[in-house]
Each structure stands twice: as structure tokens, then as C-alpha cells.
Design a protein around this ligand. Structure first.
Ligand code: ST9
Ligand code: ZN
Ligand code: ZN
Length: 309
């Protein structure tokens, strides 16, 4: 573990602070338009559909497919997930996956972009408001990104991201209700653009904050990531975080088969059924996630800790 914490001073990026404040202001207007019944029901339904697509782009797309390669996807599915991920405006697939691989390799150290030992706010959204710790750059270079550098879908999206992300995140969600059923353009923007965007951001960020603080640790009690049912419910199955950090290559990102609280697994299974997803990796039942297995693992972990690693 790195211990350079005292040397690290937050260098605030005021542009980001301002932009996020503005985003929240407009999203609150969106809440007002909903509560005051100003928005049409069709617009609300459209916003919800966009939110679901946005969520799959993050969970089944950039997280389970590109960052962890927990399954493989045929080109049409890759393109679909790339479109969905772009709707999410959470940085390009390449940048998102790079930060996330670094997060898994150096979890909760200075090299982790959203090191949760710095507190809830930093790991939630504060890390996007300051310059990164020097360890993130230095140790981040040790993470292999060659697979994504060779992926034409990832390369295309990265090249045109500045144009694609605002178009798919804000312009399309606004123009469709305005053009197709005469919704007020600003109401559509505030509800389907900004409010939907901020809901997806905060839900995603909870995995880095809440699921690194609260919950149980049945798979590895020596790490901060935890099983958090509330975060799972809000993120279509990404809150089983103690399991996920123990078995990051499992396409289900959870031990249990249940689809409730894990709609992303249902989505990937459906894609596999229609032949667009394949080579789904998961922990085989024979590996026995049983008490016996856990006790063995615990002794082995104790042994490693005693050995200083
Ligand atoms: C967002 C991302 O919100 C959220 C990620 C969450 C992940 C959660 C995972 C959990 C599972 C999934 C759950 C899904 C649930 C979905 C439910 C939905 C309902 N390694 O970054 P820069 C190098 S984004 C190696 O500018 P600064 C690299 O050379 C929100 N190298 O650093 C890079 O250049 P380039 C929207 C690295 O200057 C250079 O450094 N986006 C690494 O310190 C500069 O990098 C925003 O708001 C690395 N890891 O700036 C944008 N990192 O890229 C906000 C960097 O050219 N970001 N390098 O190769 C920024 O403005 C800046 O990044 C900054 C830091 C100010 C934060
Ligand atoms: Zn994590
Ligand atoms: Zn992960």
C-alpha cells in the first residue's frame, strides 16, 4: 500500500465544479416539471427508456464487456452497447475502462482514481472535481490496454467522442419528444437529458462510494468493497461488490443466479440466447462457494497476510 497521502493536495478543477453545479440545477428543474405535472407522460416514458439503455451501456457494456472482458460480443451487440454507453456520457469506453482497471488493480490506494479511503464524497463524485493523484498516472501505465487499443468500435468512439457524447446524451433525448409529440424542448432537455443523466451518474457513483463503505463481506473480508443490496437495486446488479472485486471476470458480477436486482445478467443472457454474446465466464459451481471453500480461502489469506503480502 502506498503511504504518500500527506503529500497529496487536492487541485480543484473549478470548471468541473461549475459544470456539475449547473447540471444539478437543471436536473432539479426537471424534478419540478415532473412534480408539477408539466411534463407529458410520453416524455417521462421516453426518459425512462433512455435511462435503461444508458444503464446497460455502463453495466453490460463498458463494465462487464470492455473493462473486464467477462464475455465476448459480436459486432452488432458491440455497436449497440457503444451507442448505449455514449448516451451515458461517462467518458469514452477507453478512458472509463482504463480508470476502472486501475481501480481494480490498486483498489483503495493512492493509485485508485476514486480511492474510497478518502471518504464518501471523494469516491462518489469528488474525484471528478480534482486533478488525479500522481500515482494514478504512474501506476496506471502498468495496466494493459492493448485489447481496447485494437478494438475498432472503441477507437471510433474515442476519436469522435466530443461530438458523439453530447449528441446522444442530450440532443437526441431532447429532440425526439419535441419533434414527435410536441413536448416543450426545455422540459424534454431538463427531464430526459439532464435529470436522467444525473440519476444514472449518481447511481453509478454509489458503486464507488456506498458499496465501498457499507455492506457485508462474505468473499473477502480484507477488502473494503461490500455486498450492498440497495446499490444493486439502483444499478441493475452492480452492487454485489465484495463478490465482484473477488471475481471481477464473472459476467454476472454476483454469485446468485437470480435476475431480480441483476437485470444486466438477464440482458447478457438474452443476448447469448440470440447469438450476439458468447464465451460467458462465470465461477463454476464446482468451485464451491461454500463455507468449506471460504474457510480454506480465509486460512490462505491469513497466511499471505502473515507473510507480509
Ligand atoms: C464518470 C465516470 O462519472 C464514472 C465511473 C464510475 C465507475 C463505477 C464502476 C462500478 C461498476 C459499474 C456500475 C454501473 C451502474 C450503472 C447504473 C446506471 C443507472 N491510467 O483524466 P486526466 C493519464 S465520468 C493511466 O485528464 P487530470 C493519461 O495519459 C463523468 N493513465 O487527468 C491521460 O491522458 P489521455 C463525466 C492515466 O488532468 C492523462 O493522464 N465526465 C489514467 O488529473 C490526463 O488524464 C467528466 O465529468 C489512468 N487511470 O484530470 C470528466 N488517468 O486521457 C471529468 C489519466 O489523453 N474528468 N491518465 O490518455 C476530468 O475532467 C479529468 O479527468 C479530471 C482529472 C479533472 C477528473
Ligand atoms: Zn470497486
Ligand atoms: Zn469492475
Amino acid at each position: 500500500m502506498s503511504s504518500s497521502k500527506p503529500d497529496y493536495k487536492f487541485a480543484i478543477v473549478w470548471r468541473n465544479v461549475f459544470v456539475f453545479l449547473l447540471y444539478h440545477y437543471v436536473a432539479l428543474q426537471g424534478v419540478y416539471y415532473i412534480l408539477s405535472l408539466t411534463v407529458q407522460w410520453r416524455t417521462l416514458l421516453w426518459g425512462y427508456i433512455i435511462l435503461l439503455c444508458n444503464a446497460q451501456g455502463i453495466t453490460s457494456g463498458v463494465h462487464r464487456l470492455w473493462a473486464h472482458r467477462s464475455y465476448k460480443a459480436k459486432l452488432p451487440l458491440k455497436i449497440l452497447l457503444c451507442v448505449f454507453q455514449t448516451i451515458g456520457f461517462q467518458n469514452s469506453i477507453y478512458e472509463w475502462a482504463r480508470d476502472h482497471r486501475v481501480h481494480h488493480k490498486f483498489t483503495d490506494t493512492d493509485a485508485d482514481p476514486h480511492n474510497s479511503t478518502r471518504g464518501f464524497f471523494f469516491s462518489h463524485m469528488g474525484w471528478l472535481l480534482v486533478r488525479k493523484h500522481p500515482d494514478v498516472f504512474a501506476k496506471g501505465k502498468t495496466v494493459d490496454m492493448s485489447d481496447l487499443e485494437a478494438d475498432p468500435v472503441v477507437r471510433f468512439q474515442r476519436k469522435y467522442y466530443v461530438l458523439l457524447a453530447p449528441t446522444l446524451c442530450f440532443v437526441v433525448p431532447t429532440v425526439v419528444p419535441w419533434y414527435c409529440w410536441n413536448e416543450d424542448a426545455y422540459v424534454a432537455f431538463a427531464v430526459c437529458g439532464m435529470l436522467r443523466y444525473l440519476i444514472s451518474l449518481h447511481c453509478t457513483w454509489l458503486v464507488n462510494s456506498a458499496a465501498h463503505i457499507w455492506g457485508t463481506k462474505p468473499y473477502n473480508r480484507y477488502i473494503r468493497p461490500s455486498e450492498n443490496v440497495w446499490v444493486s437495486a439502483l444499478t441493475q446488479g452492480e452492487g454485489w461488490h465484495n463478490y465482484h472485486h473477488t471475481f471481477p471476470w464473472d459476467y454476472k458480477a454476483a454469485e446468485l443466479d437470480s435476475y431480480s436486482g441483476n437485470m444486466s445478467t438477464a440482458f447478457i443472457d438474452f443476448m447469448a440466447k440470440i447469438g450476439l454474446a458468447y464465451d460467458l465466464k462465470t465461477v463454476p459451481p464446482a468451485m464451491g462457494l461454500t463455507l468449506g471453500w471460504w474457510e480454506e480461502e480465509k486460512h490462505s489469506s491469513d497466511h499471505h497476510r502473515e507473510a507480509g503480502r
